[in-house]
Design a protein around this ligand. Structure first.
Ligand code: NAP
Length: 246
């Protein structure tokens, strides 16, 4: 389904990003397993892809760093001659109540989650425009749609990702580039593992399907949006949240 496609998945060393990388590779794409610091984990994702007959390379950089993102996109483009799929998945949380939130915690979350997404789109869009083809999928969150107490920084970053997605979709549509966002609810990863038990129990009560999601639930949707089956879908925010936000 994705044979001969080159995909960059940011934050693919673990969690949702690792699952997306493996799923795209299983469908035939050559995958750039991007990460920031977890080299061993990224290498393990690459190895798992290769053991299953797929093709992957790893690449490390901080998505908040504009120049570093330019370098990454340039180097992938130079190596393969085309970039067909960009999945902006890298993200962090630094939760806290608004009145006590540190300035650096607000800035760090916006820099990684929102600016990181912009940085990669900024440089890949030129390449995709020349190709007159491309799929960009951005990871937002139900927190960016509905807000969440204790996550003012994270919610703002993920709401920003939605605005960025819609603007990019409008701007790039004429060149046959699809830009969509996915908004997961609670998915079992390192990011949600750290939540206190009482928070997890309260969260489950808000989910009509009554359970946290799996990384596969998000990866399957991303793989669909990256495929030609989704050629007529752009500018959308698709929830994978067990019905949490309707
Ligand atoms: P995770 O397990 O914490 O993994 C985060 C990934 O992002 C890691 O690969 C990490 O790389 C990378 N990363 C973090 N900061 C980075 C930076 N500045 N530059 C480059 N890479 C960076 O997260 P996850 O739960 O899989 O979440 C993935 C995405 O889905 C995030 O955007 C998150 O906001 C979104 N999301 C998650 C949930 C959920 O319930 N889990 C719900 C809604 C939305 P290293 O390992 O090298 O640090």
């Amino acid at each position: 389904m994705l044979k001969d496609k080159v995909a960059i998945v940011t934050g693919a060393s673990r969690g949702i990003g690792a699952e997306i990388a493996k799923t795209l590779a299983a469908k035939g794409a050559t995958v750039v397993v991007h990460y920031r610091g977890s080299k061993e984990k990224a290498d393990a994702v690459k190895k798992e892809i290769e053991d299953n007959g797929g093709t992957a390379v790893t690449y490390a950089c901080d998505v908040a760093d504009f120049k570093a993102c330019e370098e990454m996109i340039k180097s992938v483009s130079k190596e393969y001659g085309h970039i067909d799929i960009l999945v902006n998945n890298a993200g962090i949380t630094k939760d806290g109540l608004l009145m006590a939130m540190k300035e650096e915690d607000f800035d760090a979350v916006i820099a990684t989650n929102l600016k990181g997404c912009f940085n990669c789109i900024r440089f890949v869009s030129r390449i995709m425009m020349k190709q007159k083809a491309g799929k960009i999928i951005n990871l937002s969150s139900v927190s960016g749609v509905a807000g969440n107490a204790g996550q003012a920084n994270y919610s703002a970053s993920k709401a920003g990702v939605i605005g960025l997605t819609k603007s990019a979709a409008r701007e790039l549509a004429a060149r046959n580039i699809n830009v969509n966002a996915v908004a997961p609810g609670f998915i079992c990863t390192d990011m949600t593992d750290v939540l206190p038990e009482n928070v997890k129990e309260d969260a489950v009560k808000q989910i009509p399907l009554g359970r946290f999601g799996k990384t596969e639930n998000v990866a399957d949707l991303v793989a669909f949006l990256a495929s030609e089956q989704a050629d007529y879908i752009t500018g959308q925010v698709i929830h994978v949240d067990g019905g949490m936000v309707m």
